[in-house]
Design a protein around this ligand. Structure first.
Ligand SMILES: C[S@@+](CC[C@H](N)C(=O)[O-])C[C@H]1O[C@@H](n2cnc3c(N)ncnc32)[C@H](O)[C@@H]1O
Ligand code: SF4
Length: 368
């Protein structure tokens, strides 16, 4: 099997150099071979991979102009320098194989000076590009640039349907300013005859704002954006976690789903919470035994602003003493099979997912 994997990996590499193919065709075939290889590795539970990841999150931003209520930056997490183009370029071996790149991070990407050159690099490799922004810095000039570069998705963080809630959470952003920027983005996209970027409002659901979700969906429809994306606040805000009020949260999610259906808007919901203590205490084993496991460690590489890598935002540094590695000290190509990655894949493949995976709200991806 190892030999077959090696041959498929070689085929992907060769496609990228085939002189008879255009660049677009080279990339198309390399990704196709890589996707097939990954599928086989996943089915067989391979833990040292010859396939490359499909998704990459690059924390290009390390600073922000806001201090939102729930954000790590407000709770004492250190800021970091924004990345330079060279820091993005060091991952060039990955780009030909990636489906999607998300250049965001723990800060505001629109503050990153060399963001346009970075976006251009991703688009040159045919990557779909989507990122999060607080929307405060979307000037007409920047909007036109994002449309011209063909950026695929922009998620604009918007945590309340009313001025009062929005400005309390997203301090010191102005509700009217961000709304005007979103309207301008939709207007310029129409004027330029562009279909992209698709725009979504992104709401972090907390117990103090979740009741505004149906109204936010209404607002999104009025603005003409494509959808609303919601995620639960992390355990950084224990009292605000929707998991503490499953019945109230589910009522908001159900109402929001109905409003979105009526308005024909995409609504990306985190999924209903278990409402009884029985189902709340047994979710993971049930999921693992039913074959529903997390495939992030086979699919996704996240690079933190300080160069640390991991499969997702819940893990950083080491797991059981096994290091995921750092791009400043290790060749980026080697990080995908670092001891931390291999160890995590081994635990998940052995149906022994670590605690951090067992409590993850995203653990719904199917293995095949
Ligand atoms: C860290 S921000 C960076 C991008 C940009 N500055 C923004 O606000 O969209 C990325 C996303 O994480 C969300 N976020 C911030 N703190 C969070 C938390 N404690 N739990 C869950 N999501 C959070 C933000 O609202 C935003 O949608
Ligand atoms: S705008 Fe984004 S990065 Fe900045 S403080 Fe708010 S959530 Fe954090």
């Amino acid at each position: 099997m190892e030999q077959l994997f090696a041959r498929m990996s070689l085929a992907a590499k060769r496609a990228l150099r085939d002189p008879l193919l255009s660049r677009a065709e080279q990339i198309y075939h390399a990704r196709r071979f890589n996707r097939e290889l990954r599928q086989r590795e996943l089915q067989l539970g391979a833990t040292t991979l010859q396939s490359w990841p499909a998704y990459m999150d690059l924390s290009v931003a390390g600073k922000c102009n806001l201090r939102c209520e729930m954000c790590g930056l407000t709770h004492g997490d250190p800021t970091h320098p924004n990345w330079t183009f060279a820091e993005v370029e060091r991952f060039s071996a990955y780009y030909p194989y990636l489906d999607t790149v998300n250049p965001t991070g723990a800060g505001e990407p629109m503050l990153v000076k060399e963001l346009p050159a970075m976006l251009e690099l991703f688009k040159r490799h045919g990557n779909a590009v989507g990122f999060y922004t607080n929307g405060t810095l979307l000037t007409s000039e920047k909007i036109d640039l994002l449309i011209r570069l063909g950026i695929d998705n922009i998620n604009i963080s918007f945590d309340g349907a009313t001025r009062e809630t929005f400005e309390r959470i997203r301090h010191p952003a102005k509700f009217d300013r961000v709304l005007a920027n979103i309207r301008n983005l939709i207007k310029r996209r129409r004027e330029l005859g562009a279909k992209q970027p698709a725009v979504r409002l992104a709401m972090v659901l907390m117990n103090d704002n979740k009741h505004e979700l149906p109204a936010l969906i209404q607002l999104a429809a009025e603005l003409g954006v494509e959808g609303v994306f919601t995620m639960f606040v992390s355990d950084r805000m224990p009292l605000q976690m929707p998991q503490k009020d499953p019945i109230g949260t589910n009522a908001c999610l159900r109402e929001a789903t109905a409003v979105a259906q009526k308005l024909g808007l995409h609504f990306y919901s985190p999924g209903l919470l278990p409402e009884t203590s029985d189902s709340a205490s047994a979710p993971v084993t049930a999921l693992l035994h039913s074959g529903l496991i997390c495939t992030h460690p086979w699919m996704q590489l996240l690079v933190w602003n300080n160069g640390d890598v991991s499969p997702c935002c819940r893990i950083q540094g080491k797991l059981d003493g096994h290091d995921f590695g750092n791009a400043n000290t290790t060749s980026p190509e080697l990080l995908w099979n670092s001891p931390g990655f291999v160890h995590l894949r081994q635990r998940i493949a052995a149906n022994d997912a670590p605690q951090v995976c067992q409590t993850c709200p995203l653990r719904t991806a199917k293995a095949n």
